[in-house]
Design a protein around this ligand. Structure first.
Ligand code: KIV
Length: 262
């Protein structure tokens, strides 16, 4: 965001001001070029998500991502000096205790994150409280929790049964009360996501949770066809960048091979 020629960092207040006014589009960035491109487009917020485990590092799920992986990618994004607010995921098991949650949140901030995100509500209540009390802005993540994929067995819609719906609402209200500026609602039944959006002060950021959240987030690779071996059902890619890369490489390969000059 440019104010009077000076590049201004997007603040948490600015992000909060989108609520009820304008839907917030958010994408993931794991490296310098993507952070630069998103910033040139004026995207207000980027997420260094642990989805990098799948789309960049080749793991089957996010449970393999370490703090070292996250720090490496947060630093790469931060080197782009984006005016966008940079949110970084606390990876699997990095917030099992209050002490670990605090220490690892601080490490992400030192690496260049402006805020951190962790998965869960009531189950990580004390960790969220400690992070917020330390002055680090926090973003929640409820619904389908990818870091729990091993217990879950598959990625499935949450909030279809009454008990699950009530738990989601309780977790959302708790995150809001603790001061989370927003929360990802992943694979939440759209009517439940809409109900939560209407009840909380913070922003709901949907992924596979219908169109009525305050914002939408996608893994950037899914949006541009950068990981063609798997695309979630709810994503309509806008580009097939993998095919474009293959075509360009093939054209260059033909030129190199070409008829021999001798
Ligand atoms: O890791 C990630 O990229 C995420 C988003 C998809 C919400 O958590």
């Amino acid at each position: 965001m440019i104010a009077g020629g000076v590049i201004e960092k997007v603040s948490i207040d600015k992000i909060r001001s989108f609520k009820g006014r304008e839907r917030l589009p958010i994408l993931t960035a794991y490296d310098y070029p993507m952070a630069k491109l998103l910033d040139e487009l004026g995207m207000p917020m980027v997420l260094v998500g642990d989805s990098l485990g799948m789309v960049v590092l080749g793991y089957p799920d996010t449970t393999h991502v370490t703090m070292e992986d996250m720090l490496h990618h947060v630093r790469a994004v931060a080197r782009a000096e984006p005016s966008a607010l940079v949110v970084a995921d606390l990876p699997y098991r990095s917030y099992d205790s209050v002490e670990a949650a605090l220490a690892n949140s601080r490490r992400l901030v030192e690496a260049g994150a402006d805020a951190v995100k962790a998965e869960g509500g009531q189950a990580i209540h004390s960790q969220i409280k400690a992070i917020m009390e330390s002055g680090i802005p926090f973003m929640g993540h409820i619904g389908m929790l990818p870091q729990h994929i091993k217990e879950e067995g598959c990625y499935q819609i949450k909030g279809k049964v009454e008990e699950e719906k009530e738990r989601l609402i309780r977790d959302a209200l708790l995150l809001d009360e603790l001061g989370a500026f927003g929360m990802v609602l992943e694979l939440v039944k759209p009517s439940v996501a809409t109900g939560i959006t209407d009840r909380i002060k913070g922003l709901t950021i949907g992924i596979g949770s219908g169109t009525e959240c305050d914002g939408q987030i996608l893994v950037s690779h899914d949006l541009v066809g950068g990981f063609p071996w798997f695309t979630p059902r709810f994503v309509k890619p806008k580009l097939n960048v993998s095919e474009l890369i293959k075509e360009a490489i093939d054209r260059w390969r033909q030129e190199v091979r070409g008829p021999s000059a001798r």
